[in-house]
Design a protein around this ligand. Structure first.
Ligand SMILES: [Zn+2]
Ligand SMILES: [Zn+2]
Length: 413
């Protein structure tokens, strides 16, 4: 084979593409009813935007990005949706508070594995301009409602608070003091993280590291008064919303911009790649990107992973029935086209054959097109005002008067 798709990418067609499209349009309709408006930003941005927001020392910026240079500016394929959305809000002076939904492809040069692609599709919502804990709870509630709507079972909601820069500064000292005696036991990645984005150590996949962190102090227990009160209110609102959640003090996010509330929705069937939806609050990001000091929060959901996790749980795709019209000669083409319009108006698929071919050839074509009904229309049918309709599944052929045809279509399921 001469050309193959790049590693970690996919060709989407047929059923898989339909499932993705159906999930995305469900999300669009669902969140529109909660007041979210869709936004589409470019697939690539100036690299600085992502470096500034995600953090220079995160995996994404250090090794997983696709960057390229055009006109002496470094551009990056977007690795996530939040930075672009905020950039767009600031640049277009969108009035706040704003509820936004985005859907689109993101790019990260990760090791491809089950449920993880280098070009992947995310759906995300952002609520910009609200800082009260009520909104954190409501946003988690909406995510959970969407999972319920998709009939996704086995969803576990995990919650934590990682505080503000102020409580983090104090906690950093506490954690460092504790880890002194384990300096040689933790992995090289964690040692590096301790200097840069230190909360990330809790995210380490190394079992020995996790053992040490199990008994290490946690940021959640060192929150400043305001952050602590905020976290408690989020939890009590979640109870009002009747969302079952599990506190996970080791839950941190891989991006630097998060503050206070962080959450993840996990699905039992995915093993280590079990996170389907993740998000939190990022109160410092708008200012960081040159906007007003504005609280904000949001989440993103991996569409591909969601579909892999739930092959049978999502509502099945209903394919419309397929018709094929075999017009016997150019003379009857106009009436054939009219017939096709009638069929299309009833929301069926309809393919028209080449009227210059004989009936045998057209039936062959109909089979290749997986037609469920073939309608023959030629001299005989035109004279008698009928259609010859063959049900390709049962093999039954019947003559239907043109006037009765709409009634026949209504009966097709
Ligand atoms: Zn704080
Ligand atoms: Zn480690």
């Amino acid at each position: 084979m001469k050309y193959q798709k790049p590693k970690g990418t996919r060709d989407l067609f047929g059923k898989e593409l339909k499932r993705i499209e159906s999930l995305c349009s469900s999300a669009r309709d669902f969140f529109a009813r909660y007041g979210y408006e869709e936004i589409r930003t470019p697939t690539f941005e100036h690299a600085d935007l992502f470096i500034r927001s995600i953090g220079a020392h995160t995996d994404i910026v250090e090794k997983e990005n696709y960057t390229f240079e055009i006109d002496k500016r470094t551009l990056m394929l977007r690795p996530e949706g939040t930075a672009s959305t905020l950039r767009a809000l600031i640049e277009n002076r969108v009035p706040l508070p704003a509820r936004l939904l985005y859907i689109g492809a993101m790019f990260r040069k990760e090791k491809p594995q089950k449920g993880r692609f280098r070009e992947f599709i995310q759906v995300g919502t952002e609520l910009i301009g609200e800082g009260a804990p009520f909104y954190d709870a409501e946003m988690i509630f909406q995510g959970k409602k969407f999972m319920d709507f998709l009939q996704a079972r086995q969803i576990r909601v995990e919650l934590n608070s990682i505080g503000c820069p102020e409580c983090r500064a104090d906690f950093k000292k506490t954690l460092r003091a504790y880890l002194e005696e384990f300096e040689n036991a933790i992995c090289a990645d964690c040692k590096r993280r301790l200097d840069k984005n230190f909360l990330r150590i809790f995210d380490c996949k190394n079992a020995r590291c996790q053992e040490i962190y199990d008994s290490a102090p946690k940021i959640t227990d060192s929150l400043c008064e305001d952050c602590n009160a905020h976290y408690h209110q989020v939890k009590s609102f979640l109870k009002v919303f009747d969302v079952e959640f599990h506190e996970n003090k080791k839950l941190v996010r891989g991006l630097d911009y998060y503050t206070r509330t962080v959450f993840e929705f996990k699905h039992g069937s995915l093993g280590s790649q079990d996170t389907i939806l993740a998000g939190g609050r990022y109160d410092i990001l708008m200012k960081e990107l040159g906007g007003q000091d504005t609280p904000a929060l949001g989440w993103a959901m991996g569409v591909d992973r969601l579909l892999i996790a739930m092959p049978d749980e999502l509502p099945p795709i209903q394919d419309p029935k397929r018709f094929f019209i075999a017009v016997m000669g150019e003379t009857y083409l106009n009436q054939g086209l009219e017939l096709r319009n009638t069929i299309l108006e009833h929301n069926f698929v309809c393919i028209i054959g080449n009227p210059c071919e004989n009936i045998k050839k057209q039936f062959k074509d109909a089979n290749r097109q997986k037609a469920e009904y073939v309608i023959v229309y030629g001299e005989n049918e035109a004279e008698q005002g009928i259609y010859t309709v063959k049900n390709m599944t049962t093999g039954v052929q019947e003559l239907i008067a043109r006037d009765n045809f709409p009634a026949f279509l209504k009966g097709v399921k």
